[in-house]
Design a binder for this molecule. Structure first.
Ligand SMILES: [Zn+2]
Length: 173
């Protein structure tokens, strides 16, 4: 073994230069140079052959890109195979408790229930209690339905139950 190897402190740049010079001189085998500098033959190729070096960089870039898309694909498959089912049997989006279909169905059902209770003469707080929401939400939903053209009659004054309306911020009519 030569002094270079035992020293081992030579900067990579200087070993690289030395490899180039010794390879260019042409009186040693690559194996000998590699052993002498304490590196692999591939490293000697990389240091002395720009085309080889570029090819190696390209291969490594490609391998990295392949790993990345493999990981993304694995994630996707994991997500799809672990999707939870709604009570109705349909698959749900991640983190959902109900599927899209049931969300819209629930909304329609809740609206129908609200209108039915409203038509029975209940006020917003009473409806809210029945459907499990707040009076404010009921008032907003009724206003929204009216804007959307759904028939929710206005109350006549004599139908008002003032005891229930008192203290409420929204107009219950
Ligand atoms: Zn569902």
């Amino acid at each position: 073994m030569s002094e270079q190897t035992t020293m081992g402190a030579a900067a990579p740049g200087s070993r690289e230069r030395e490899a180039c010079e010794r390879r260019a001189a042409g009186d040693e085998t690559l194996t000998a140079i590699a052993n002498d500098l304490g590196v692999s033959i591939q490293t000697i190729y990389r240091w002395t052959d720009p085309e080889y070096a570029e090819n190696q960089r390209r291969l490594s870039r490609e391998a990295k890109a392949r790993r990345k898309s493999e990981l993304a694909e694995y994630d996707r498959e994991y997500y799809l195979s672990h999707r939870k089912k709604c009570d109705c049997g349909r698959l749900m989006a991640r983190h959902s408790l109900v599927c899209e279909h049931c969300i819209s169905g629930e909304k329609v059902a809740k609206r129908e229930q609200m209108v039915a209770l409203w038509n029975q003469g209940l006020n917003a707080p009473q409806i809210a209690e029945r459907v499990g929401t707040t009076a404010k939400t009921v008032q907003c939903e009724i206003a929204r339905m009216r804007r959307e053209g759904i028939d929710v009659p206005y109350r006549r004054p004599y139908q008002r139950d003032w005891r229930c309306v008192l203290g409420e911020t929204g107009v219950d009519r």
